[in-house]
Write a protein that binds this ligand. Structure first.
Ligand code: MG
Length: 384
C-alpha cells in the first residue's frame, strides 16, 4: 500500500479471519489473496457472458457483468486510495459482488426469485456469498474460496432478516443493525456510479436513448453544457464520453469530500465506530444525491422499461421459468453432478434442498448457456 491506512480502515491483523484457518499469506496481503482467488474462480469467468440490461448476444460492445465488475473495482480503488481505505479489500468485494447473478440481468433475477418463492426465494447477494462459500469447488482442504470474513460480509450487501437468521455470523449485522466496513460500503456506491454511467453510454450506443432526452436530467445537462462550451462541434460519440467521464468525476469527488466530512463530524476513529453507526457513512452530499436519484429514475423509466428491453426481458423470464419447472419436476434432467447433489440435499432438507440445487444450476448459467440449455431441453430435434 502506498500510503498508511486510515485508523478506521479494515485491518487484516484484527480480522475475524477465514472459516478454515490457513495461516500467513507470504508476500500478499490477506485481502489481496482473496482478490486473486476471486479472479481465478470459474464464477468470475462466467461474468463475461452475463449481462445487466442487454442480453449477451445483442452486441459485443455492451457492458457485461465482467466489464461492469472491473469498472466498479476501478472506481472503488480510486476512492479507497484517496480515503486511505484498504484498496485490496475494496477490489475483492467489487470483483465478487455480482458472482451470484443469474443470466439475463434483472429479469433473470426476478424470474428465479418468483420460481423460488415457495422455497424461501432467491437473492442474488446471498447467492454471491454462496458461490464463494460453497459452490466454487477446487480446493482440496475446504469448500468454496475460504475468503476473509470482511470480504464475505461485504459481498452480502443486502439480505432479508429471514435469510440473515439462517446465515449466522456473516449476516449478523442485518439483525443487529450494525454497518459493514467502509471498504464494502464504498464498493456498493462504486457499483451505482459505474452502472448509471455505463447504462447511459450503452443506452445511447444502442439508440434506446438520445442525448436530447438525457438533457432532461440535470446531472447530464450540466456536464453536457460544459462539454459543448469547451469543445463546440465534436461527434456524438465524443460528447457521450466527455460527458459521462465528467459525471463520474463529479460523483467520485463529491463522494470523497462528503464522506470525509461525515467521518469527521461523526468523530469516527476506528472500525468499531464505523460498525456502530445507524447508517452507512459513505455517501453523496444531499445535492448530488438528489441529482443522482433523478438520473436513476430517468434510466428506470426510459431505459430499463424501454419497449425493446421489455420484450427481451419477457422472453428471458420465460426461459428461466421453463428451465426451473423442467428441472424441479424431473431432477433427472439435471447434469449428473447436479442431480447427485439434488438427491443429497433432498434427503437432508426435502424439496427445499432440491430447489436450492436447481437454483444453483440456473443461476450459474451464462445468457447463452441458458438459451442453449432451453433449446436442448425443449427442441426434440436437438440430439444433445
Ligand atoms: Mg453490480
Amino acid at each position: 500500500m502506498p500510503t498508511e491506512l486510515a485508523p478506521y480502515a479494515a485491518d487484516e491483523t484484527r480480522s475475524r479471519g477465514r472459516r478454515h484457518d490457513e495461516g500467513g499469506s507470504g508476500h500478499r496481503s490477506q485481502y489481496q489473496r482473496d482478490r486473486d482467488r476471486i479472479i481465478h474462480s470459474a464464477a468470475f469467468r462466467r461474468l463475461e457472458y452475463k449481462t445487466q440490461v442487454f442480453v449477451n448476444h445483442e452486441g459485443d460492445l455492451f457492458r457485461t457483468r465482467l466489464t461492469h465488475s472491473v469498472e466498479v473495482a476501478q472506481i472503488a480503488r480510486t476512492i479507497a486510495r484517496s480515503l486511505r481505505l484498504h484498496e485490496d479489500l475494496c477490489e475483492a468485494v467489487s470483483l465478487a459482488h455480482d458472482l451470484g447473478h443469474t443470466p439475463f440481468g434483472h429479469a433473470g433475477q426476478d424470474a428465479l426469485d418468483a420460481c423460488m418463492k415457495p422455497y424461501g426465494g432467491f437473492e442474488h447477494n446471498a447467492q454471491s456469498l454462496r458461490v464463494v462459500d460453497e459452490l466454487e469447488d477446487k480446493y482440496a482442504e475446504f469448500r468454496g474460496l475460504n475468503l476473509m470474513f470482511e470480504t464475505r460480509e461485504g459481498i452480502l450487501k443486502h439480505c432479508s432478516k429471514a435469510r440473515a437468521a439462517q446465515l449466522g455470523e456473516v449476516a449478523e449485522r442485518f439483525l443487529t443493525n450494525r454497518q459493514t466496513t467502509l471498504e464494502a460500503q464504498l464498493a456498493n456506491r462504486a457499483d451505482e456510479i459505474a452502472y448509471n454511467n455505463h447504462d447511459i453510454d450503452d443506452g445511447l450506443r444502442a439508440r434506446l436513448l438520445t442525448i436530447e432526452q438525457l438533457r432532461s436530467v440535470s446531472l447530464f445537462r450540466r456536464h453536457h453544457d460544459e462539454v459543448l462550451a469547451r469543445y463546440g462541434a465534436i461527434t456524438p460519440k465524443q460528447q457521450r464520453h466527455e460527458t459521462t467521464r465528467r459525471i463520474i468525476n463529479t460523483l467520485v469527488v463529491d463522494l470523497i469530500t462528503h464522506t470525509q466530512r461525515t467521518l469527521a463530524e461523526a468523530r469516527i476513529e476506528t472500525l468499531d465506530d464505523v460498525r456502530a453507526q445507524p447508517l452507512p457513512l459513505i455517501g453523496f452530499s444531499p445535492a448530488v444525491r438528489a441529482e443522482n436519484d433523478e438520473l436513476k429514475r430517468f434510466l428506470y423509466e426510459q431505459l430499463y422499461r424501454h419497449h425493446q428491453v421489455y420484450r427481451m426481458m419477457v422472453k428471458a423470464k420465460r426461459v428461466i421459468h421453463a428451465l426451473f419447472e423442467a428441472f424441479i419436476g424431473d431432477p433427472k434432467l439435471l447434469p449428473p453432478d447436479f442431480h447427485a447433489e439434488a438427491r443429497r440435499l433432498e434427503s437432508d432438507e426435502g424439496e427445499h434442498g432440491r430447489a436450492r440445487v436447481v437454483a444453483d444450476y440456473i443461476a450459474g448459467m451464462t445468457d447463452r448457456y441458458a438459451l442453449d440449455e432451453h433449446e436442448r431441453l425443449f427442441d426434440p430435434r436437438r440430439l444433445r
